[in-house]
Ligand binder design. Structure first.
Ligand SMILES: Nc1ncnc2c1ncn2[C@@H]1O[C@H](COP(=O)(O)OP(=O)(O)OP(=O)(O)O)[C@@H](O)[C@H]1O
Ligand SMILES: [Mg+2]
Length: 262
């Protein structure tokens, strides 16, 4: 079925189709099958988390979706087009912050605009807005090396959001943050997601975070990396920590995923 023929949310610029995707890394010590026949469809504007043991292929899958590495077999389509290279419609937050050390925080956030030329005043206003959102505008003249690891990661989040991408790929973006900052980033992310109508694919090791944020959770198994289960999170939105933590469905889902991972 082509994406054009799908109704409503299923089609659109944020629609991701993963079809029979395998990824094999050739190495001196032998081939590694990082992903084996992954089939998964993510609707436009859906929030999907991926959980699974270390080494099960979460980052690899995200990099394939982002067009950063080629698949070995199968295909990934975004808005109906096969992914062959990095796509400007996609914002990417890497597991480790990737910032240019010689540029200021502000100029790191402006980087995505420079692909099309000199940033406009509207681009600069947008950069200020996203830096304020992650609580770092007062550091905009600083260099990344003058920031803590968690602050650098928040700059990466700001940079991924600045172009208002239709898809946001996030690889353990809040793993390095303290619990309080992480909570507020989670709430902020849900607000952005709802406002910007973005599709989010979010990798995390934190099961509670996955349940709090997501519409669906993909549980992966390792060696070879594959889909073990896909779980619907049927908890109403908008969500707050108070509401979600008072909901027994939250604890039941957490427990179920924990058991599946063991
Ligand atoms: N560039 C590479 N070359 C060779 N093997 C790789 C490469 N990248 C990943 N792999 C292998 O692919 C498998 C999946 O790695 P990946 O980084 O996707 O795991 P992950 O689920 O993100 O793990 P973690 O939770 O630790 O981040 C691992 O066995 C890893 O050794
Ligand atoms: Mg990873």
């Amino acid at each position: 079925m082509s994406s054009e023929s799908l109704p409503g949310q299923l089609s659109g610029r944020g629609h991701i189709e993963i079809e029979g995707v395998s990824k094999v890394f050739a190495s001196m010590a032998g081939d590694i099958t990082a992903l084996e026949r992954i089939d998964f469809d993510i609707a436009s504007r859906e929030f999907v988390s991926i959980v699974g043991p270390s080494g099960c292929g979460k980052s690899t899958l995200l990099r394939c979706i982002g067009g950063l590495i080629p698949v070995s077999d199968g295909a990934i389509r975004i808005g109906g087009d096969v992914v062959t290279e990095p796509d400007p419609r996609i914002g990417y937050v890497f597991q480790k912050a990737v910032l240019l050390p010689w540029r200021t925080v502000e100029n790191n956030v402006l980087l995505p605009f420079e692909i099309k030329g000199k940033p406009s005043s509207a681009d600069r206003a947008k950069a200020q807005e996203v830096l304020e959102m992650v609580g770092l505008w007062e550091y905009h003249k600083h260099r990344p090396g003058e920031l803590s690891g968690g602050m650098q990661q928040r700059v990466s989040v700001a940079r991924a959001l600045v172009t208002q991408p239709s898809i946001l790929l996030m690889d353990e973006p809040f793993g390095a943050l303290d619990a309080q900052t992480r909570d507020s980033m989670n709430v902020e992310l849900l607000r952005i997601w709802q406002e910007a109508q973005t599709t989010v694919v979010f990798v995390t090791h934190d099961i509670g975070e996955a349940v709090f944020l997501s519409d669906r959770i993909m549980v992966m198994a390792a060696r070879p990396g594959r889909v073990h289960d896909v779980i619907d999170v049927d908890i109403e939105r908008p969500r707050s920590f108070e509401k979600v933590e008072a909901d027994e469905r939250f604890w039941a889902l957490r427990q179920r995923i924990r058991e599946e991972l063991h």
